[in-house]
Design a protein around this ligand. Structure first.
Ligand SMILES: *[C@@H]1O[C@H](CO)[C@@H](O)[C@H](O)[C@H]1NC(C)=O
Length: 493
């Protein structure tokens, strides 16, 4: 009797477990939802002072940005609208090699192999994690099925024995039969259907894995070669995009620039349209395809996809990327530089913040940021901090005169030296964090805009945030940062 009850319980348990499996949709993303429990985080841009010796110290002396009239006079002639294209496009050999005509300029790879590499890595990992689980599941469901079958047959055997001695055990038989009926019914109806559901789940997962493996194989083939698409780089080159514009490069696309004759040229995206052009794109977010949670070295060198060819024969669409702190510093130290930060929400509304002066110091100064001269309609996050906070809490969100921090290099203003108090660890990307931010353009990409602290990895506002426009819990759809030499307005104009 006791065994019967135990078996009944066991059976129920099995069924419940398999039902739960059947419900779970097992998306790969769900394997990444580890969250610290019970940790209270004050997440709204700043980390307020807590009791017990924790004080907030403002940054020490920081030099102001480079200011002055600038390297350039106003452009001699205004760009004619729809003017003649003077630039030539250089066709690449064999309809699509990726090497620039001048070999020392290196290899162009605008097609997003980086994205593919990342995907490849991720999918590989999740499949490897998933495979043993699928196998386990298959094995255990078979074992349970066999077990129940053997119970069933041993019951039949016992029933036969009981029938032979039916006088002795007559009062037991009824209950045994009841139990048997129950189990038999369960085995014949509920259990097989659960197994079927389970099998369906397994099959779906298998198909999914197969598809992914095929896709990965395809990607691997494609990425074996640096890249195959044609994406000719214009012959016209210059110190930076303003220089290129003046030399006739008036299309927005990828160009080579060489700010310093002693350093090799490198590719950048030039925006030659916005506010009369001349902009080097420093940073660009538009679809979440590139991971911005990166190390110091990667932020120093730059990462992501500078530009794509979407079928027009040249690289006219900027990809998600970070130009690199060394280059940024070098470009902004050539003279007075202005920065334009543009952003777009998920309804298509657009605003911008512009700073007439923008300097990034060298790595020896941890790429200290100096800005000044705000204009725009997005709100002055970099100089004023978050307008929804007050006093010290607001001061904590000012980015001007902050050093750059990444999750592996803590230069922020939040209890220096305490590895558990690192803005870059919690807020998703490298940035000039204070304690911590009012603007977080390198944060995590959230599709749709509104997000909550439960969706955030550390419960903090780690999205693409510009607090003075949309607050902490709205992650923007697109964001970009561009610089160009500052040109003092013509007093006679
Ligand atoms: C700063 O923030 C903390 C916690 O959010 C709050 O208790 C404090 O009153 C704030 N201070 C000011 C000046 O608003």
């Amino acid at each position: 009797m006791r065994t019967m009850r135990t078996m009944r319980t066991l059976l129920c348990l099995c069924l419940c477990v398999s039902a739960a499996w059947a419900q779970g949709n097992l998306d790969y993303d769900e394997y990444d939802t580890v969250r610290e429990k019970g940790v209270v985080v004050n997440a709204r841009g700043h980390r307020p002072v807590t009791r017990g010796g924790d004080t907030y110290t403002r940054q020490r002396y920081a030099p102001p940005p480079i200011s002055g009239g600038g390297r350039y006079r106003g452009r001699p002639t205004p760009a004619p609208v729809g003017g003649q294209q003077q630039q030539e496009k250089e066709k690449q050999p064999e309809g699509g090699g990726c090497t620039h005509a001048a070999e020392e300029m290196g290899v162009l790879c605008p097609t997003g192999c980086e994205l593919k590499t990342m995907l490849l890595k991720q999918e590989r990992n999740s499949i490897n994690e998933l495979k043993p689980q699928v196998d386990d599941l298959a094995r255990s469901s078979n074992t349970i099925y066999d077990y129940v079958n053997s119970i069933s047959s041993s019951l039949r055997e016992r029933q036969r024995v009981f029938t032979d001695n039916n006088r002795v055990v007559s009062q037991f038989t009824d209950s045994v039969e009841d139990q048997h009926d129950y189990i038999k019914k369960t085995v014949d109806t509920v259990f097989p259907s659960s197994i079927r559901v389970l099998q369906g789940v397994l099959d779906r997962i298998r198909v999914k894995i197969q598809k992914l493996e095929k896709a990965i194989q395809g990607q691997r083939e494609e990425c074996k070669e640096p890249c195959k698409t044609t994406c000719p780089i214009p012959v016209v080159s210059g110190k930076e995009c303003e220089d290129i514009f003046r030399r006739g490069g008036k299309d927005s696309q990828m160009y080579f620039i060489q700010p310093d004759a002693f350093l090799p040229p490198y590719k950048v995206f030039c925006d030659q349209t916005t506010q009369n052009g001349g902009w080097v794109v420093l940073q660009n977010r538009l679809d979440g395809s590139v991971d911005f949670g990166r190390r110091w070295d990667e932020y120093r060198r730059g990462f992501g996809n500078t530009a794509f060819d979407v079928g027009k024969g040249h690289c006219e669409t900027p990809g998600e990327h970070w130009l690199g702190n060394d280059r940024m510093s070098q470009l902004t130290k050539m003279g007075p530089t202005e920065v334009l930060i543009e952003m777009e929400d998920w309804t298509g509304a657009k605003v911008f913040a512009q700073y007439r002066q923008f300097t990034v110091m060298a790595e020896t100064a941890n790429y200290l940021l100096a800005v000044n001269g705000y204009s725009g309609n997005a709100g002055n996050c970099l100089l004023d901090g978050s307008s929804e906070l007050f006093g010290e809490n607001r001061t904590m969100t000012i980015h001007n005169s902050m050093m750059f921090s990444t999750y592996d290099r803590d230069n922020d203003n939040w209890i220096p030296g305490d590895p558990s108090k690192q803005c870059a660890r919690e807020d998703g990307g490298g940035w000039w964090y204070n304690r911590c931010h009012s603007a977080n353009p390198n944060g995590r990409y959230y599709i749709g805009g509104a997000y909550t602290r439960h969706m955030a990895k550390h419960g903090t506002d780690d999205g693409l945030v510009w607090m003075n426009w949309k607050g902490s819990w709205y992650s923007l759809k697109a964001m970009s940062m561009k610089i160009r030499p500052y040109i003092a307005p013509n007093p006679h104009a």
